[in-house]
Design a protein around this ligand. Sequence first.
Ligand code: MTE
Ligand code: HPA
Ligand code: MOS
Length: 775
Amino acid sequence: MDKNKANTVLNSKLDAVTIALKKSIKNLDSYTHVRGESVYVDDINIRQGTFHAVVFDAPKAHGRIKHIDYSKAEALNGVERIFTYKDIPGKNEIGGIIPDEPLFAEHEVHFWGMPIALIVAESEFIARKARQLITIDIEELPVITTAKEAKAKGSFINAPRSFSLGDTEKAFKNCEYIFEGETFSNGQEHLYIETQGAYAEPQENGNIKVTSSTQGPTSVQKTIAQVLGVAMHKIEVDVTRLGGGFGGKEDQATPWAVMAALASFHLKQSVKIILNRHDDLRMTGKRHPYESTYKIGLSKDLKILAYQTEFLQNSGASADLSPAIAERTLFHATNSYYIPNVTTKVLSCKTNLPTNTAFRGFGGPQGMFVIESAIAKAAHEIGVSASQIQETNLLEENNTFSYGQIAKKVEAKNSWNSAKSIFNIEALEREIHSYNKTHINFKKGLALMPITFGISFTNTPMNHARALVHIYLDGSVGISTAAVEMGQGVNTKMMQIAADVFSIPIEKIKIETTNTTRVANTSPSAASSTADLNGKATLIACNALLERLKIVASEALETSKESIVLKDGFVYHNSEKPKLTWTDLINKAMLNRVALTENAHYATPDIHFDKSTEKGHPFAYHVYGTAIITTTVDCTRGTYEFDSVKIVHDYGKSMSEGIDLGQVEGALIQGIGWMTMEEIAYNDEGKLLSNALSTYKVPDIFSAPKRVEVIPLETDGHDLAILKSKAVGEPPLMYGIGAYFALQNAIKAFNPNYDLEFHAPMTPEKVLMSLYKNP
Ligand code: MTE
Ligand code: HPA
Ligand code: MOS
């Protein structure tokens, strides 16, 4: 074979590998998932003598504890011990950002479902039985359930935050149109299939190993150490995978792990705690409901000149991640639009609901719902379509966000225009128009939803990760990072990176459990940044090993390091026939006493944010896209279907197309669920009414859009994205916001007197009432 031909063969081989690695890859977890072999906390083989724990929680939303009688529960056969705040050797404190959250209530309860004690017994059944034997006397205090009430009473988590750009007050004076209004978006239950849980095992010398279903193993480790009053190195936290997290396990997986560790610490025995669905629904926080007011001002030619909002976040009983979530609401308050004069303010309102927490989008969706509502209102009043206003105000290159970052590599218009042309929006609109003309009892509606989402933890110091890569004697590879697999496919992406760098089959790579002893001081797997941060660290580690191996190869083959290429499990020197296999090379490295382990660190460069001026460059990059959503409403019943969702999404250069498509589809449907059918309800006493899956409806296959098409936007990707493959976990959730406005447009087609209301979710009941409502 001549040299050129050899090169061609080699290159086509390389292409084949690249395609195998980057495109057609399946989520490698799917093999164990479909066989029922994937291991969750509840599947661990537990030690003989393991105790089981159940939480005793507050049966009132706010009050003073006068008396608790544990005697009957303690006397029950099989009950080992009941733990309360009095048994805490360290601090009764689990708050991450603000220390305002006890593990167990002491003298007051602040929400219905607040943990008071832990019942530890021989079996979960006995512990549950014991729970029914506890009596509690609570002197009730006034209950706040809404953010507005909290604001009126001055009940806040922290000081308000405000971003501003330009001179909003002055700009309103130059507006042709000004509209004001109110919006409400409700909470959302995470409904991870695997409920919260943990398993703690005592080790020698008072050390404890905890297996937790957490997105943040380091927070679990740190909090256990704090509550037990021991050093962090005594606590090892291990995570195999989660049966879903969706943000609900970023902070709120911690208390259960701490409780299991506390009981294990005292009893010197293993302790397991798995919340059942009812307990999980009642005791854990959800997406934050927001009550907001807006004022929007436009010029005659529909340019938004000024925008002002006040967001009231219903934080629940303590801070948890609320301050960071409130901040992200401000970051995304103008969605994909450039508005030169902006004043946004957010108040984290303390109420007597379970502490609300991270949920896919992390406050961004709540902010984006308000600007889309303001645009819909303006369009309705002016008598134009919302898409005209949306299109007129899309972000452009070098526009400034209200937080000071200059928009670069902006794909807002590109995705918008691509969606409109690829999916032939004019034809769609014509179709809908003629359908509505010829149908009396059914109406269709369409809405466009552009998205712009910033990638990075908004708290700059959190944007770092490490990877520990071992190459074993036989050429197999083990990788440890902080990435937690929760269904998003990050483990597969990590494997792809290593397989790509070493050019070896994916079967040779193993992703180890996420473990605080192997990779320490980590950020949670969140902010859609897990693959970027941990992937970049993995890339650095693998490349360092590769360089080392190339030196070994060049010495063995007596050639220069530069001429060595590793491809498909072989070592090539120029384009000649391979002389060494990957395994030969590893053996040689061992004989030469070369380290086959690398630990690498990555920190996102060039990001910063100054909270004193509320300006900076907090995001590595933004993700863009546009969705077109159409719906058909049954105007006799108020029920509806989503006919199609057509999306042009900015994946950058996707490294795993199947996984990324799964993320877009899943997030979209989760977003539609939030906006339409998922209705969290508490009564005025703060009791959760939607406390089971019979009263809390999430989208199923029947309510999923009939057709979902996702076209990747052709772009270069971004250097700060792993292998130019942009973060994909959260952004597409916000396409679901379009569902609200598609429904609203269908209602308008039926009821011309409908006065727009912005009160999500748009349940069939609400649709029905709107169809027949006259102002
Ligand atoms: N996808 C699945 N299947 N399960 C999940 O729990 N969580 C979402 C998203 N996609 C989640 C998911 C959330 S809230 C985030 S922040 C990202 O995944 C986290 O993973 P990433 O950083 O790897 O995108
Ligand atoms: N996103 C998700 N989780 C977080 C963030 C964020 O921006 N900041 C802190 N935790
Ligand atoms: Mo996702 S809400 O950042 O866990």
